[in-house]
Design a protein around this ligand. Structure first.
Ligand code: FES
Ligand code: FES
Length: 153
């Protein structure tokens, strides 16, 4: 039995220790916003925050995160700068990749609150959007950084 706090709610799951967090979230807890694509930590679609750090849940065994706090896109408040910017800039196309990219952005801006263009490009270099939304992603990251700065962040 493993315990997690997911979006502020304590959860217990009875699964094999090597079960990837991705499948615990999707199959055991019904959080299907966490997407599966490559399964080998290459695309970023399964990204969640683990104790505030963006990680690729397809390669994180549940035993490694026992007792951790997990945040999925549902755990971000509606007035979070990243959500506001993503809506304002109309970033998603099909939407499949977006929860993971948004959570990677949350982690990125928490570490680099005033990013340069190069830093934004480098931070998003390893996430794949098959719809090609990267130009809008970059705009939204810039806007989220500005909102955060205006709030004193
Ligand atoms: S499904 Fe996890 S990184 Fe691609
Ligand atoms: S919006 Fe379709 S894969 Fe990114």
């Amino acid at each position: 039995m493993f315990a997690l706090t997911v979006n502020g709610t304590r959860q217990q799951v009875d699964v094999a220790p090597d079960t990837p967090l991705l499948w615990v979230l999707r199959d055991n807890l019904g959080i299907t916003s966490v997407k599966y694509s490559c399964g080998i930590a290459e695309c970023g679609m399964c990204t969640v925050l683990i104790d505030g750090t963006a990680r690729r849940s397809c390669v994180v065994p549940i035993e490694e995160v026992d007792g951790s706090a997990i945040t999925t896109i549902e755990g971000l408040p509606d007035d979070h700068p990243v959500k506001i910017a993503w809506i304002e800039k109309q970033v998603p196309q099909c939407g499949y990749c977006q929860p993971g990219i948004m959570l990677q952005t949350v982690d990125f801006l928490s570490r680099v609150p005033h990013p340069s263009e190069t830093e934004i490009n480098n931070a998003m270099d390893d996430v794949i959007c098959r719809c090609g939304s990267h130009p809008r992603i970059r705009k939204a990251i810039r806007m989220a950084a500005k909102i955060t700065a205006s709030q004193g962040g």
